[in-house]
Design a protein around this ligand. Structure first.
Ligand SMILES: Nc1ncnc2c1ncn2[C@@H]1O[C@H](COP(=O)(O)OP(=O)(O)O)[C@@H](O)[C@H]1O
Ligand SMILES: [Mg+2]
Length: 355
């Protein structure tokens, strides 16, 4: 069993606090992704789990054992970084076998383990090559293979796909997911890319400025973000936001004109400032009639659908709407926009979701 318990972890570098008391429970066999903007402390948290950094306060337990002061090599974990750092003079086989050889593992056992790992990563045909004879994706697979042969209970990945081109990233994402199903190990994965987080994770931890903003399954975060930050970070294009004020009667008057009545607006005091959120796929565009008046700024044709970029007429707020690919919206055209009441997200003046 390799569940992780992170309790009250704080980390400072000189005078700057990087992690502000992180509490997390990660279940055995779970694929958990830390996501957040660059510099929010993802790598520092991962390195603290791994033991490359010691926390100033708090504890890390793995499989029920307090590991806070245990050296990295004895934690039963393996880490895969963005830069794969393979030994250039060794073959793929030797690279994968290296740690086992150091540990004094019998050659026959090493062979079995390397061949099994190579099969799971589909690199059996590459075992005699040197790293310079491999593509970026193949090298990254070898780096993962080096981790697999050690049979860690927990894998830690720090942006392992960031150096790969877009198509290869998609392919490796699918393979990592497959690998997780096969190995059933606990995997903790760091990325700044919310698409990677959405597609890989059983649960996502959204970090910002060294604090946990929200933890949940990908669709939970997408559909029920706890605050404006998570709402804006998860999803591409980002959620649209509009300013408004409660009318005290269960409706919100928009700065952009018109009013909407999402269920969560009930009970808000008259005049309370709010932010309304609306996903691009929920925007309903019309050529006239009721709704928020806006002007089309740009249209992106993506084949199966289009993104229509708009600016509200009176408040100058920017929005994007997902439209049918055969719609005929064009820049300069006036439109009105709206959405079914339950599609609007409502955030109070502190940015917290109101439900
Ligand atoms: N060894 C270090 N010494 C001083 N500051 C550091 C060190 N490592 C990271 N930091 C700082 O801590 C913050 C978080 O870094 P990091 O955890 O690498 O962020 P992320 O992985 O989310 O991009 C950054 O501001 C970074 O500059
Ligand atoms: Mg990092």
């Amino acid at each position: 069993m390799a569940e992780l318990k992170i309790r009250g972890v704080r980390k400072r570098f000189a005078d700057t606090t990087i992690l502000h008391g992180i509490d997390l429970d990660i279940a055995d066999g779970e694929f958990i992704v830390f996501v957040g903007p660059s510099g929010c402390g993802k790598s520092t948290l991962l390195r603290t789990i791994c033991g490359l950094e010691g926390p100033d306060e708090g504890t890390i337990a793995i499989g029920g054992r307090d590991m806070t002061n245990v050296p990295p090599a004895q934690r039963g974990i393996a880490m895969v970084f963005q830069s794969y750092a393979l030994y250039p003079h060794m073959t793929v086989y030797e690279n994968m076998a290296f740690a086992l050889k150091l540990a004094g593992t019998p050659p026959a056992t090493i062979r079995d383990k390397v061949l099994a790992a190579a099969a799971s990563l589909r690199i059996e045909a590459l075992l005699e090559r040197k790293p310079k004879e491999l593509s970026g994706g193949q090298r990254q697979r070898v780096a993962i293979g080096r981790a697999i042969v050690r049979h860690p209970e927990v894998f830690l990945f720090d942006e392992p796909l960031s150096n790969l081109d877009a198509a290869l990233r998609v392919q490796m994402r699918i393979e990592l997911k497959h690998l997780h199903r096969t190995l059933k190990s606990t995997m903790v994965y760091v990325t700044h890319d919310q698409v990677e987080a959405m597609t890989l994770a059983d649960r996502i931890v959204v970090l910002r400025g060294g604090k946990v903003e929200q933890v949940g399954a990908p669709l939970e975060l997408y559909n029920r973000p706890d605050n404006v930050f998570v709402a804006g970070f998860m999803g591409s294009p980002a959620m649209n936001f509009l300013r408004g004020a409660a009318d005290g009667d269960g409706a919100i008057a928009l700065a952009a004109g018109g009013s909407v009545a999402p269920p969560a607006a009930a009970g808000l005091a008259a005049g309370a400032p709010v932010t309304l959120g609306l996903r691009s796929e929920h925007v309903v565009l019309a050529a006239g009639g009721d709704g928020v008046p806006a002007v089309v700024q740009n249209v992106e044709l993506l084949g199966d659908f289009s993104y229509v970029y708009l600016q509200t007429e009176s408040s100058g707020e920017a929005l994007v709407a997902r439209a049918d690919s055969n719609s005929t919206w064009h820049p300069g055209q006036r439109a009105t926009l709206g959405a079914p009441p339950h599609c609007w997200h409502l955030f109070d003046s502190d940015g917290k979701a109101r439900r």
